[in-house]
Design a protein around this ligand. Structure first.
Ligand SMILES: Nc1ncnc2c1ncn2[C@@H]1O[C@H](COP(=O)(O)OP(=O)(O)OP(=O)(O)O)[C@@H](O)[C@H]1O
Ligand SMILES: Cc1ncsc1CCO
Length: 518
């Protein structure tokens, strides 16, 4: 029987999940819906009951040509002639299980670290159950929660063993399954499938639930990033396209939905209007179901986080992710407090961000560096040299499979392959609050209007923004931050007006951009 791990069902006979229904009936419905492997897991029943139940399940799975694996109990698998077993780290080890099982039996094992995964491969496991992906109501021990980043690290560590299968387990549902498959992918090895418990076992219609999973697994995530191959003289090649992309953004007049801090909301709305976009500030998560229909972008800026923000953010992210519209995360003050650090972790686990932008302290926190201590929303003293900043942006974008922008006097922009340094801008930008936040909103506008190359979209937005800042700062009547702000809005508006007329002279010879090799 071939091993297709794509939709792996783990049974659960507890009353809360199974309710009044018969286990065999639920499993059979799930098989009709497209489940490709069934694992019988029963931690409480007596051996006799387990053997009897397993035998009954086996007669059902055999009808559908799907392997039945028994959790933990090698003896039960042998007794009923099941296709294999699934072992936990504390169960019988693989070598001993092999002695008891027939030679072609399938052996899988749960792993939550690189060490466990490598050992399992060396011991001859056929596949690994990798997790726990996300917290579930029954599993809340955050220590074993590895998320997509931890899963990707495990896949990467065993990527020289292509024949060993992998399934992700823990808290996977219809909303997150595509992101789990997409973001866990390491350069050489991806997941073969997902293991589902309650999202099928507890569903009112297990067949429909399985069908929906099967469909989602086959379809690429709506936000999947296409990596554009680096060209020779990458920076120069990209620059050629910038004026056209600015013109297009002005024509499209994109909507940008901002869940933004109250300090900068007014300034940022004015920046969006000046460039020709349409801003709406809405912190109420339920509004996103309507707002995402306009196919604009969502910005999550957690500058003035409250106890209610996180659930609102997650609702909005879900709505935009499902529609495949751009979502930008600005983890303002990410390393300032415990609450913000935890929020960064929870939001990054809770949804997909097309772009993560922040200053050095914020991007380091998003990466998960220890000992990030921001003093307020400022980046704090730099601990990284330029090459390290470029590498950090590249590594985070590669891990999250998105775009990362690390701002500062020099901005570093990466899609996980290319890294572009932007030297434009003016020190006055650092003297006005919200100038970093506005870049999140601007990026949203450009990600909406130019979808084929997200790095180029964000680069175009930064250049329009920073060249406008230079133009403003050069006026003799600009004496400091106060007079800079209105003049900056005027200069953004001037570029937008020129672009609308097809006049690209604002851009000629102005970009200070180079490619960084890391
Ligand atoms: N010294 C500087 N020279 C040139 N540009 C700068 C300088 N300092 C900041 N900038 C520009 O200002 C913008 C905002 O970057 P910064 O890193 O200050 O953001 P931030 O800390 O997130 O700001 P805020 O939280 O106030 O919105 C970027 O475009 C950056 O290039
Ligand atoms: C000063 C400040 N505090 C929270 S958000 C914010 C604006 C800069 O991001």
């Amino acid at each position: 029987m071939p091993l297709d791990l794509s939709l792996y069902l783990v049974t659960d006979s507890t009353a809360a999940i199974l309710k009044e229904r018969d286990l065999g009936t639920v499993v059979e419905e799930a098989l009709k819906g497209g489940v490709t492997v069934v694992q019988y897991r029963d931690k409480t029943s007596d051996t006799g009951v387990q053997v009897e139940t397993a035998r009954k399940l086996h007669s059902i799975t055999q009808k559908y040509g799907v392997p039945l694996l028994i959790n933990d109990r090698v003896d039960v698998a042998v007794a009923i002639g099941a296709e294999g077993v699934h072992l936990g780290q504390d169960d019988m080890n693989i070598k001993d299980a092999k002695k008891l099982l027939p030679p072609n039996a399938i052996i899988g094992i749960s792993t939550s670290s690189i060490e466990e995964a490598k050992k399992a491969v060396a011991d001859g496991a056929d596949y690994l159950g990798v997790g726990t992906m996300f917290a579930t109501p029954t599993k809340t021990n955050t220590k074993s929660m590895i998320g997509t980043a931890g899963t990707q690290a495990i896949l990467n560590a065993i990527s020289d063993s292509p024949s060993v299968g992998t399934v992700s387990i823990g808290g996977i549902n219809h909303t997150n399954v595509q992101r789990v498959m997409y973001q866990s992918h390491s350069p050489k090895k991806g997941l073969d499938g997902v293991a589902i418990v309650s999202a099928i076992m507890a569903a009112d219609d297990p067949k429909a639930a399985a069908e929906e999973f099967a469909k989602l697994i086959k379809t690429p995530a709506p936000f999947a990033l296409t990596l554009n191959a680096p060209r020779a003289n990458e920076a120069e090649a990209l620059l050629e396209e910038v004026p056209r992309i600015v013109r297009k953004m002005v024509e499209v007049h994109p909507l940008v939905h901002n869940m933004i801090n109250f300090v900068v909301a007014n300034f940022v709305a004015n920046v969006a209007l000046s460039i020709g976009a349409s801003p709406i500030m809405s912190p109420y998560g339920d509004e996103a179901t309507d707002l995402c229909q306009f196919d604009g972008a969502l910005l999550i800026n957690m500058g003035t986080l409250t106890s209610e923000s996180i659930s609102n953010y997650l609702k909005a992210i879900k709505a935009y992710n499902q529609r495949g519209n751009p979502v930008i995360y600005d983890p303002v003050g990410a390393g300032a407090t415990h609450i913000r650090r935890n929020t960064v972790r929870d939001l990054m686990r809770g949804g997909y961000f097309d772009l993560i932008k922040g200053n050095e302290g914020e991007i380091r926190q998003a990466w998960g560096s220890s000992a990030v201590q921001q003093r307020g929303v400022d980046s704090g003293p730099s601990t990284l040299d330029n090459q390290q900043k470029a590498t950090l942006a590249r590594d985070l974008a590669r891990r999250e499979r998105n775009i990362v922008l690390l701002t500062g006097a020099t901005d570093y922009l990466s899609d996980g392959e290319r890294v572009i340094a932007v030297e434009n801008g003016h020190p006055l930008l650092g003297q006005v609050t919200g100038t970093g936040c506005a870049i999140g909103t601007i990026s949203g506008c450009f990600l909406t209007s130019h979808r084929s190359d997200r790095l180029l979209a964000v680069l175009s937005g930064i250049l329009m923004y920073e060249i406008a800042a230079e133009n403003a700062a050069s006026k003799e009547y600009v004496r400091g931050p106060g007079s800079f702000v209105p003049t900056f809005l005027d200069e953004l508006y001037a570029i937008r007006t020129a672009a609308a007329k097809g006049d690209d002279s604002w851009f000629v010879g102005r970009a200070k951009v180079r490619e960084v090799k890391v």
